[in-house]
Design a protein around this ligand. Structure first.
Ligand SMILES: Cc1ncc(COP(=O)(O)O)c(C=O)c1O
Length: 399
């Protein structure tokens, strides 16, 4: 089918929740995507921080094929080797963690909220959460209630009770929001959807101290920042702290849907048999793909590349910004980068697409770059040249 035929078929049959770009991708290889008409695009988006090893990574493809030939599904009333091995791998990376598998970021966060609330009920009847303005934690009712962006709430009220929202990167606000009902704080190490908002370096550390003092849980949402995206395996590692619970999804499965909630071992008993579950959670193909992702991250130097090439991208973008009065700030870490504009980001995104560079706009004014962590310097330079032109051409007054 051609681009036009696919788009027409999609428009006639899908519920229109995404406002899609008029492109139908058919295949991918490394940092490149190909549309159904055969046009090649350089990918600085990774399907929203998912295909972090690039498209068609040999380790992931092999793992999926081999597992598909053995067993595609067994359900959680039984054990499977990929699920057991992946739980051990994630638990070890976190440090004596215990894992619940889901299928998406929202579900991983929902599991974290449920564990924390159940833990809170058993620890002094605590049930309230504190999360931050500008955050994004998912679209289920629970995670939507934790999400600090009103535009996502509109039309869905009443939300789930028991959530307090405070400004991001504001320790005092959290401190004053904590009371004897609080069971947990949920926070992103960098607010991705909110505009790649990067907090002060001591933010997570000070939240950790507050949680320790109040004897409540710190939940760090690593759905977008996890699996090497920031140049460390997990975003919280930059702060030198250990959360009580983290959540993973997106890049965990290298393109296959999977989510995971990881809790300190001593919290695991808060969820007993029958208290939570998911039919597809821990699917063998998804777990096999995730094990291949861990192999690549740990054995192929991918996380180091994210730090190195990501640092290069940020440095070059800051150079470029000097000649672009429409750029307010370049921020981020590793390969999660935001170029903050003083005008709407849409024309910059469109200009990049017209030169076949896939980028993303978020929070209206922020150009968000989420390239594959395996990006080479040459690919980085090719993308930067397009971004530089797009920024110049989109500057108000230019034409
Ligand atoms: C930080 C964060 N948490 C949760 C989610 C929700 O993940 P999913 O779309 O897989 O449900 C996202 C999605 O963008 C996210 O960025």
């Amino acid at each position: 089918m051609t681009n036009a035929e696919i788009i027409e078929l999609a428009h006639s049959n899908l519920i229109n929740t995404y406002g899609c770009m008029p492109i139908a991708f058919a295949r991918g290889h490394g940092a490149y995507l190909y549309d159904a008409d055969g046009n090649r695009y350089l990918d600085f988006f990774s399907g929203l921080a998912v295909t972090s090893l690039g498209h068609g990574h040999p380790r992931v493809v092999r793992a999926i094929k081999e597992q598909a030939e053995k067993l595609t599904h067994a359900c959680n009333v039984f054990h499977t080797e990929p699920m057991a091995r992946l739980a051990a791998r994630i638990g070890r990376a976190f440090g004596d963690g215990r894992v619940f598998f889901a299928n998406s970021g929202a579900e991983a966060n929902e599991a974290a909220l449920k564990l924390a609330r159940r833990w809170g009920h058993g620890n002094g009847g605590r049930f309230e959460f504190i999360s931050t303005l500008g955050s994004f934690h998912g679209r289920t009712f629970g995670t939507l209630s934790a999400t600090g962006q009103e535009k996502y709430h509109l039309g869905f009220q009443p939300l789930v009770p028991g959530f307090k929202l405070v400004p991001y990167d504001d320790v005092r606000a959290v401190e004053s929001a904590i009371d004897d009902k609080t069971c947990a704080i949920m926070v992103e190490p960098i607010q991705g959807e909110g505009g790649v908002v990067t907090p002060r370096p001591d933010y997570l550390g000070r939240l950790r101290e507050l949680c320790d003092r109040a004897k409540i849980l710190l939940i760090v949402d690593e759905v977008q920042t996890g699996m090497g995206r920031t140049g460390r395996l997990f975003g919280y590692q930059h702060a030198g702290i250990k959360p009580d619970i983290i959540t993973l999804a997106k890049a965990l499965g290298g393109g296959v849907p999977i989510g995971a909630m990881v809790a300190k071992a001593e919290l695991a008993s808060a969820l007993a048999p029958g208290t939570h579950g998911s039919t597809f959670g821990g699917n063998p193909i998804a777990c096999a793909a995730a094990l291949a992702v861990f192999d690549a991250l740990e054995e192929d130097g991918v996380v180091a590349n994210a730090a190195e090439v990501g640092g290069y991208l940020i440095g070059r973008l800051r150079e470029i910004a000097k000649s672009c009065p429409n750029v307010r700030e370049v921020r981020g870490a590793g390969m999660i980068i935001g170029v903050v504009l003083n005008h709407e980001v849409k024309p910059v995104v469109e200009a990049c697409f017209s030169e076949r560079l896939v980028v993303n706009g978020t929070a209206d004014y922020v150009l968000r770059l989420l390239p594959p962590l395996v990006l080479t310097r040459a690919e980085a330079d090719a993308g930067l040249a397009i971004i530089e032109r797009a920024l110049h051409n989109a500057a108000p007054g230019s034409s």
